[in-house]
Every structure is written in structure tokens, then in C-alpha cells.
Design a protein around this ligand. Structure first.
Ligand SMILES: [Zn+2]
Length: 172
């Protein structure tokens, strides 16, 4: 048995989704993908795909605001990893991931580290992925619960701060 209900967003993810959708109209409706029945981090309720295309200047600006806020507020939101894409001169993609500090993800904490897995990188050109996964909590062979939830996934109480931060950002 897992330490969480099935098909349910972890509390930190539920709060993040509702905070983002309340201040960013573009993310309402299908703008944020969460639970997916594919035996993945998404199935566990520990991951969100924030559908903002890095090749669209307006969506990329919103995405960069969100990522900057997530980095600054990692101590409260306690997410474990972010995947997204920047574009270098000559239209070359920089696929990166940012470890938050927990869960066993490698790389420099709170910095953009190159993601050398090309397929995974290309899959994260049209959305930000953010999660609270801890690899040590994988439930072996399980495709329904997939991972137990780490304590960081139960972080709450950050939504007011996050919404203020995003409303104050320069685009609004
Ligand atoms: Zn994802």
C-alpha cells in the first residue's frame, strides 16, 4: 500500500495548480496537465506539466516568470525538479533541468543543468515539468501508486506568496 490515495494530487501540487490558474488565465482549462495513467511520476500525483511553449515569445515570458518564482520560493514549495528549454543564438535548444535539492536528482541545486537526454529534452520544449518525486520512494513494480509521497509533497501555505510574486512580475 502506498502512503497516499490513488489518482490524487499531492497537497503541494494541488496548491501550485490552483495558485497558477488563479493569476494566469492562460493556464486555466487544460493549461496544466497532472494525473496521467501511464505508471509515471504523473500517475503518482507528484508532477505537473505547465503548458507554455518555449518557442512562443509570450508564453516563454510567462514560463520564465514562473520558473524564477519557483526557484526563489523553493524553500517553501519544496519541489524536487523542473524541466524546460531555453533557446540559444542560431535557434539551438538548451534543454535543462533544475534540481530543488530533494529526491535524488543530480546537478547543481537551483541552477539550470544541461539535460543530455535529447528525447526527454525535446519533450520539454512545449511545457514546464515540475515534480516532487523522490526516487528512493519508488514502489517496486507498482503502476497505480508508483511512488510514495515524500514529506516535501505535503508542503502548503505558499500560494499567497506565489500569487503576489507573479502578479507583481513585469508582464502584468
Ligand atoms: Zn511531466
Amino acid at each position: 500500500m502506498a502512503n497516499h490515495p490513488v489518482n490524487t494530487l499531492c497537497p503541494a501540487l494541488a496548491e501550485l495548480v490552483s495558485a497558477l490558474q488563479s493569476v494566469i488565465p492562460e493556464l486555466r482549462g487544460n493549461g496544466i496537465g497532472t494525473i496521467r495513467q501511464d505508471g509515471s511520476r504523473h500517475t503518482a500525483g507528484l508532477a505537473a506539466d505547465i503548458m507554455l511553449d518555449s518557442t512562443d515569445d509570450y508564453e516563454k515570458m510567462i514560463a520564465d516568470d514562473i520558473i524564477a518564482a519557483l526557484i526563489d520560493m523553493q524553500g517553501q514549495i519544496r519541489w524536487h525538479d523542473i524541466l524546460y528549454t531555453d533557446w540559444l543564438p542560431g535557434n539551438r535548444p538548451f534543454h535543462y533541468h533544475i534540481p530543488g535539492g530533494g529526491g535524488g536528482y543530480g546537478g547543481h541545486r537551483l541552477m539550470k543543468n544541461p539535460n543530455h537526454n535529447t528525447a526527454l529534452g525535446q519533450a520539454h520544449e512545449n511545457h514546464i515539468h515540475v515534480d516532487w518525486v523522490d526516487f528512493s520512494l519508488r514502489i517496486p513494480g507498482d503502476t497505480v501508486f508508483v511512488y510514495d509521497w515524500p514529506s516535501d509533497a505535503r508542503s502548503t501555505g505558499f500560494s499567497q506568496g506565489l500569487m503576489s510574486r507573479l502578479m507583481l512580475s513585469s508582464r502584468l
